[in-house]
Design a protein around this ligand. Structure first.
Ligand code: 5AD
Ligand code: SF4
Length: 481
């Protein structure tokens, strides 16, 4: 485990080792020396701000960046008025990219005022060559750019920014390696995400993820168990196993194991109370997984199962490899086997060639499956994906109309579903003091619903029984029993 390493014992006058993670420990020690010099010159520790865009995977990656920054001596702050600012970017839809450019523009003036400021960019967006070109020409004040495959090299790259002037760019096309045992900082002391795999092999025709996150690679089960045991020893009660398609976990390991088998083992870890996972691809969801969920005391009653479209024709063009009927059958089977489960989904509106009739099919699935929540997205054309080259892109007006129509059905269904627990009792993990009302704390039920209950900070991190007194749309007001 990382916390056994003593950075100050590393000989930083010798050459850097060639093996990982020892090489990164060496550079962390070198960075620590630079940070101490900064402190002596400025009479204060340097500050760092990590800003995350996008999904849970990025959030977890940011914890790795924060872990290293903290270890070398930075003080993490929430404001981008810091000495080191890093954006961990997302490129799944174009609006994510635009937000990064907007925020980057704001940093320019700050850097002019603080000559010591360093700006770094990493994450999915950086794996696109057009983005790199744009940054080189329009945002040349950026100091460091790296991608998704070499994030483990962050300490080394950070050190390079101290040693050289100008923009450092280090982007890899792909990788087959996974470096274990680097430090990580957790946002919450009581819950944590855990990567079980990286990348995606599915190539859904609209999606850029396989191009920017590379091929699927699973972590060794033992490394996962070791990480979870370490987290539990450190006070974590809830974990979320992360992967683009957790249902294909373990297939490419030397000794293959299935996701259901992995879950069975994770369940046995003493002290761990709750297990979540994200995301499941319907085509790979096995009966064995449904059984494991059904029999488990720890796996939460929530399954996120992206539908994307309810039209078999569109699904085929999306390369999703299931039909409308197969999806509905699977969802209803899960509802039958695990009646108290919450099913949530992702839906894309406006995929090339989508007609009004196709959208009606999607709405039909929403009504049949009764999703507890659905994230609806307007199709965003991603350069390099097969869908971007499809001819019949849908007009903006049709997309808007369809989107609003779908959203209404989704919200009505979700509200109806939420109300079904009114008056019952559930277990909530209290996550924080309510941001608007300090007399309340906010918790999450096993089915991922939010409940606000009277209480104070002493409840944060605790699992408590609550009565769900009143459903207010998508959340509950309750009381601790
Ligand atoms: N346009 C719109 N939504 C997309 N998603 C992925 N790619 C695109 C795209 N090009 C959505 C999918 C996926 C979620 C994470 O983002 O619904 O499940
Ligand atoms: Fe993208 Fe499809 Fe892979 Fe999900 S499964 S990351 S939507 S290619």
């Amino acid at each position: 485990m990382y916390n056994e390493i003593k950075l100050d014992k590393i000989d930083i006058t010798s050459k850097p080792p060639n093996v990982e993670p020892a090489r990164q420990y060496y550079f962390m020690a070198k960075c620590r020396e630079k940070v101490r010099m900064f402190e002596q010159e400025n009479g204060r520790r340097p500050t760092a701000c990590v800003t995350t865009f996008g999904c849970q995977m990025n959030a977890r990656d940011s914890e790795k960046l924060s872990g290293i920054l903290k270890e070398v001596g930075y003080r993490e702050v929430a404001s981008e008025e810091a000495d080191f600012v890093i954006f961990n970017t997302c490129t799944v839809r174009d609006n994510a990219n635009q937000r990064v450019y907007g925020r980057l523009g704001e940093l320019k003036g700050r850097k002019r005022r603080n000559r010591q400021m360093k700006i770094a960019l990493c994450g999915c967006m950086m794996q696109e060559s057009s983005v790199i070109e744009k940054i080189r020409t329009s945002y040349s004040f950026v100091d460091l750019i790296f991608g998704t495959h070499n994030i483990y090299k962050f300490a080394e790259l950070l050190y390079n920014t101290f040693e050289s002037e100008g923009m450092i760019t280090d982007i890899w096309e792909d990788t087959d390696r996974i470096v274990e045992d680097l430090p990580m900082e957790r946002k919450y002391p009581f819950k944590s995400g855990i990567n079980i795999m990286f990348g995606c092999n599915n190539f859904c025709s609209y999606c850029i993820v396989p191009y920017v996150r590379g091929r699927e690679r699973s972590r060794e089960p033992e490394d996962i168990f070791r990480e979870i045991r370490g987290l539990v020893a450190d006070g974590v009660v809830e974990i979320m196993l992360l992967g683009q398609n957790v249902n294909s976990y373990g297939r490419n390991l030397k000794y293959p194991i299935t996701f259901a088998e992995l879950l069975r083992e994770v369940e046995k870890i003493d002290g761990l109370r709750r297990i979540r996972f994200m995301t499941s691809h319907p085509k790979d969801l096995s009966d064995d997984l449904i059984r494991v969920m059904k029999e488990s005391d720890k796996i939460c009653r929530h399954l996120h199962l992206p539908l994307q479209s309810g039209s078999t024709g569109i699904l085929q063009r999306m390369n999703r490899r299931y039909t409308k009927e197969q999806y509905v059958d699977l969802a209803l089977k899960i509802r039958r086997e695990i009646p108290d489960i919450a099913l949530t989904t992702d839906i894309i509106v406006g995929f090339p060639g989508e007609t009004k009739a196709d959208l009606e099919e999607t709405i039909d699935v929403v009504r049949t499956v009764k999703f507890d929540n659905a994230f609806t997205f307007i199709y965003s054309k991603r350069t390099g994906t097969p869908a971007a080259a499809m001819e019949d892109q849908v007009s903006e007006e049709q997309v808007r109309e369809g989107f609003e129509r779908l959203l209404k059905v989704v919200q009505d269904t979700a509200r109806e579903q939420a109300a079904r627990y009114e008056g019952s009792v559930g277990e909530a993990l209290i996550e924080e003091v309510n941001r608007d009302d300090g007399a309340l704390v906010t918790g999450r039920l096993s089915n991922n619903m939010i409940v606000h209950v009277p209480g104070d900070a002493s409840l944060v991190g605790k699992l408590v029984q609550v009565s769900l007194d009143e459903c207010r749309g998508f959340y509950y007001m309750g009381t601790v029993l």
